[in-house]
Structures are given as structure tokens and as C-alpha cells.
Design a protein around this ligand. Structure first.
Ligand SMILES: Cc1cc2nc3c(=O)[nH]c(=O)nc-3n(C[C@H](O)[C@H](O)[C@H](O)COP(=O)(O)O)c2cc1C
Length: 150
């Protein structure tokens, strides 16, 4: 199955995490993009999308994810049938806004008709578990159909 990994980051942790998700999904046809370099028109409803996104400000999307989601709001594409999973990054020290970035990403895609599948990952920077390790385990459990045999 074609898997498109999109990461939204401020300081690079989500990028590193996304690279480890790509490793864990290497049995698929995986490509990986910074959301700041990815156009909404390149979303493909036939591909499985994985969003890896941190949280900044007061429960906001990271700077790297903002242009993509602004374009999504403007273009209002019909994403009916697009399946995606979300691994969010945050820090529970921020209380109520914990992991809002990944949640906002999910809400905006669902609003366009996309379907979220698998567990919603929420890494907490307060824990000793590294985001990349948690994400690898999370990715291995995603319900992505296997590549069709050649
Ligand atoms: C200025 C600042 C604001 C943040 N705000 C939040 C927040 O509101 N909620 C949250 O869960 N995490 C928040 N975080 C934590 C980051 O999301 C977390 O450290 C994440 O791992 C960073 O990933 P990145 O390096 O990919 O941007 C904040 C971090 C910083 C430095």
C-alpha cells in the first residue's frame, strides 16, 4: 500500500519521529514529507496517510504545519475515503492543551471527509519513553493493508 507520512514540527522531534515511523512501515511503499513542503492538492485518497505532528504556542499547530492546514481550509477539498492515522507530540506540563496539535490536525482532516484509523498516538515529553520508540510500536500496530503480491 502507498503510505504518505507528513510531519509538522517546530524543533525537529516530529521529523525524527516520522523517520522512525517510515522505518517501521518499510514493508509498504513509503514516502515522507515535511508538511511545509506538501501541497493539499497532492493528497491522494488511495494512499494511507500518517500525520506526525507536535504542539506549540497555547495548544496550537507547530509553525511547519500551519501553511498546510491554512491551505486545507481555503481549498476545502473533498477528502471522502482518505484514511489517515495521527501520532501527536506534546508535553503534559502544558495541561489542557496537551497534544492539541495532533488533535487539531485530525479534526481538520475529518471535517473534509477523511477517516481516522488506528489509535491516536499521544507522546508526552515528560516521560522517559522517546517519541521515536513509542511511534515505532504505534506504527507497527496500524491497520494498513499489506502490499498486493507482485
Ligand atoms: C514554546 C513551546 C510551547 C509548547 N506548547 C505545548 C502545548 O501547548 N501543548 C503540548 O502538549 N506541548 C507543547 N509543547 C511541547 C512540544 O510539543 C514537545 O516538546 C514536542 O516534542 C516538540 O516536537 P517538535 O520538536 O517536533 O516541535 C510546547 C513546547 C514549546 C517549546
Amino acid at each position: 500500500m502507498r503510505v504518505v507520512i507528513l510531519f509538522g514540527t517546530e524543533m525537529g522531534t516530529a521529523e525524527d519521529t516520522a523517520e522512525h515511523v517510515a522505518d517501521a512501515l518499510a514493508a509498504h511503499d513509503v514516502s515522507i514529507y515535511d508538511m511545509s513542503d506538501f501541497a493539499v492538492e497532492d493528497l491522494d485518497v488511495r494512499a494511507f496517510h500518517v500525520i506526525v505532528c507536535s504542539t506549540y504556542g497555547d495548544g496550537d499547530l507547530p509553525t511547519g504545519a500551519e501553511p498546510f492546514f491554512e491551505e486545507l481550509e481555503d481549498a476545502m477539498p473533498d477528502l471522502t475515503g482518505l484514511r489517515f492515522a495521527v501520532f501527536g507530540l506534546g508535553d503534559s506540563v502544558y495541561g489542557d492543551t496537551f497534544n492539541r496539535g495532533g488533535e487539531i490536525a485530525s479534526e481538520k482532516l475529518i471535517a473534509r471527509g477523511a477517516i481516522q484509523v488506528g489509535a491516536h498516538g499521544r507522546h508526552d515529553a515528560q516521560t522517559d519513553v522517546r517519541a521515536r520508540d513509542m511511534a515505532r510500536e504505534w506504527a507497527a500496530a496500524l491497520p494498513i493493508p499489506a502490499l498486493a503480491p507482485a
